[in-house]
Ligand binder design. Structure first.
Ligand code: SMO
Length: 697
């Protein structure tokens, strides 16, 4: 029996569901010092006074550190998928000035967490508030020769703007690190999605021998992009363990994460779409501005890059003039968050397509069908340099329209509208680049018939151990139960990247497949066991997932409360390893996409103070808030030709695909009143004001 394609019980579920997970904060470290931080209470200014003498004399305090104690440190590496003019410095502790709200200024190490926190409160900090960081950090412009001429000859040009609130990824366990010091070697339990990157960066920043540094990601409790980079607090914890020759631990509070861990989104964009008289897309013009914080985490420029390069989506658009910018601000760092620029791109292009259909008085599905690239046109190179590998874009739209019975939904909407209800229906399309880069695997087949699979990838509850066992079982011809899977430990697999960018099953799984195939070949050739093979697998290109979302939504005329009554989705994820895990990813992603569209927003006042510093104020959806979702099976998925497994990623499908469908349904619901523009989150207040203004106007 083939195991790939089956929904095996996920081996990681019983401990996680029963509360027996072992997270970083659960790691026992005898005699460890606890770390607490004094943070900048204002976004920017010069440090006029910093007096730690009282803190140093407090009970249990082993050390109080400021920037002067640390000496010169290396920089955090920052990826530049778009060209950067300047990379702001990565401060571990503020030196003579603070440049971001919540930035660590001083660190206290004490015998207990309470002692550390008490001592940190006695530190005297006086800041002369000053100029805040601002301005463009990085920028990219794509333009084709014929774009301006295409706009000139267009029969129709439509415009749209999008504003995305900044969002808190809010994984279950906040940031956490536990550093064991023993005989000059450091073992670091780190709540990270990229343990190998963590080791490489720590070694470089602190000038440590990487061979004396082992990073282990235990159960992580969600990461969502927020844990893909190192934080100043984490670097400080490792520095302190090394220099005090003591074990050190730090676990952020939720409030610390909301103010000083990376937030996501925050982009503002505007676009124009040119069409000919037959409703064919001619050209796309867009500007996207994405915020980055006072310092840049490793992937800080990825959202700006994705938000620009993905704008043509899966449509045939020959001409484009697109600019994307990353712009600095002082209210906390911004980084990748589940989707990482993809939601911003899809929201804008789908908003423009809906607007074009409205202007033409045409069914938006018909308009999409006419303009989506046919399978025969793939692979296709977009004007922004993306290579769409394969897929059946119109196919997913048609199948979802059929499965959701769009005609019946529209008839129901019209009937209820005639009775005075505000009801909207929309079906939108998305693509997503997934599965890029490389990953490593090491597979050992033992004489007892069992196997050990180690991967450079990691897991934050994804079900990766189950998936990798399925893949190796098929290649080795043994039962998945006979396979142990080790993840997230630099001591077990020499190199790797980690779990991000919807790549770990497709690319990490392809590495497992290649290594397991090599082991099987040696066994079959007669070699004595044990046999070990390592593989570093590099994808030939990005595997573009595609899908569609359909939403039916009603709005209470008196309160402005929008309710998603039903939602449907379909995905083309190519070769599926575990249908149950795909379903779990889509449903979990929908919870975050729903939160983004309807509830969540990090709020700041005019002075740059955070107004949503706890879950009392930040509207995180609860399970009961998330509307029912129907997952429509795709009977004809398109295997990806660019990796060994033929898989496409799906972890980010929900936050990419759901928000534009929710927005389009809300606009459809209020269209009879003449409401033409709405922005995330679609709060009752915003909708109530839109209804009131429309009725007064
Ligand atoms: S936003 Mo993802 O963890 O690349």
């Amino acid at each position: 029996m083939r195991h790939v394609g089956q929904s095996l019980p996920r081996r990681e579920d019983p401990p996680l569901i029963a509360g027996r997970g072992r997270y970083t904060d659960d790691i026992r470290l005898d005699g460890a010092l606890h770390l607490a931080f004094l943070r900048a209470p204002v976004p920017s200014g010069r440090i006029a006074e910093l007096d730690t003498s009282e803190a140093a004399a407090m009970p249990g305090v082993a050390a109080v550190l400021t920037a002067a104690d640390l000496g010169p440190l290396g920089a955090l590496s920052v990826a530049t998928p778009i060209p950067a003019d300047r990379i702001p410095p990565f401060p571990v502790l503020a030196d003579d000035a603070v440049t971001g709200l919540g930035q660590p200024v001083a660190a206290v190490l004490a015998g207990t967490r309470a002692q550390a926190l008490d001592a940190a409160e006695t530190i005297l900090l006086d800041i002369d508030e000053g100029e805040t960081v601002n301005g463009t950090v990085a920028e990219k412009h794509w333009v084709t020769q014929g774009c301006a001429a295409a706009f000139n000859r267009a029969a129709l040009v439509v415009e749209a703007t999008m504003r995305h609130p900044r969002l808190a990824p809010a994984p279950m366990e906040p940031r956490a690190i536990a550093v064991e010091y023993a005989d000059g070697a450091l073992t670091v339990w780190h709540g990270t999605q990229t343990p190998h990157r963590s080791r490489t960066e720590l070694a470089r920043i602190l000038q440590l021998d990487p061979d004396r540094l082992r990073v282990i990601a235990p159960d992580v409790g969600g990461a969502f992009g927020q844990k893909a980079s190192l934080y100043p607090e984490e670097v400080l914890a490792v520095w302190a363990a090394r220099h005090l020759e003591r074990s050190v631990r730090w676990t952020a509070t939720r409030g610390e994460d909301l103010i000083s861990a990376t937030s996501g989104r925050g982009a503002e964009s505007r676009g124009r779409l040119a069409l000919d008289a037959e409703g064919r897309f001619l050209a796309l013009e867009a500007e996207v501005e994405s915020p980055v914080g006072p310092w840049l985490p490793t992937s800080a420029l990825v959202p700006a890059w994705n938000a620009g390069r993905m704008l043509p989506s899966g449509y045939a658009i020959a001409e484009a003039d697109i600019t994307t910018r990353a712009v600095a601000h002082p209210t906390g760092p911004v980084g990748i968050y589940r989707g990482a620029g993809r939601p911003e791109a899809i929201c804008l292009i789908e908003r423009l397509v809906e607007e074009a259909a409205r202007a033409r008085g045409e069914d938006a599905i018909d308009l999409r069908r006419r303009n989506l690239l046919p399978s025969s046109a793939l692979p296709h190179e977009t004007p922004t340099g993306c290579r769409l590998d394969s897929g059946d874009f119109a196919g997913v739209v048609d199948r979802l329209a059929e499965a959701a019975d769009l005609d019946r939904l529209r008839a129901e909407r019209d009937r209820r509208r005639a009775q005075g209800e505000l009801v909207g229906v929309a079906l939108t399309f998305f693509v997503e680049p997934t599965g890029s880069g490389w990953e490593s695997a090491r597979v050992t087949l033992n004489a007892d018939g069992g196997a050990l699979v180690a991967s450079g990838s990691s897991s934050q509850g994804h079900g990766r151990r189950t998936a990798y066992a399925q893949i190796a079982a098929d290649a080795l011809g043994i039962a998945p139960e006979a396979i142990e899977v080790a993840l997230g430990d630099t001591g077990l697999c020499p190199e790797g990247i980690g779990a991000l960018a919807s790549r770990s099953t497709a690319i990490g799984g392809s590495a497992v497949l290649e290594a397991a195939r090599a082991v099987a070949a040696r066994r079959d050739a007669g070699e004595a066991l044990p046999v070990t093979e390592e593989a570093v697998y590099e994808a030939e290109g990005e595997a573009w997932g595609a899908g569609a979302w359909c939403v039916m939504l009603s709005v209470d005329r008196d309160t402005g409360q929008a309710s998603i009554e039903r939602a449907w989705t379909i995905d083309d994820v190519g070769e599926v390893v575990s249908p149950a895990s795909v379903a779990g990813q889509v449903m979990g992603g929908f919870a975050q996409g729903f939160g983004e569209a309807m509830m969540e927003r990090l709020g700041f006042d005019a002075d740059g103070q955070l107004l949503t510093g706890s879950f009392m104020d930040y509207a995180m959806p609860r399970a009961a808030d998330v509307p029912p979702l129907t997952l429509v099976e795709n009977p004809a998925p398109t295997p990806a030709p660019v990796n060994s497994l033929g898989a496409r990623g799906v972890g980010e499908a929900g936050p990419i695909g759901a928000p534009p469908a929710i927005l389009a349904a809300a606009l459809d619901a209020l269209a009879p009143l003449g409401v033409r523009d709405l922005h995330f989150p679609l709060t009752p207040e915003q909708l109530w004001r839109a209804i009131r203004d429309a009725q007064q106007g």
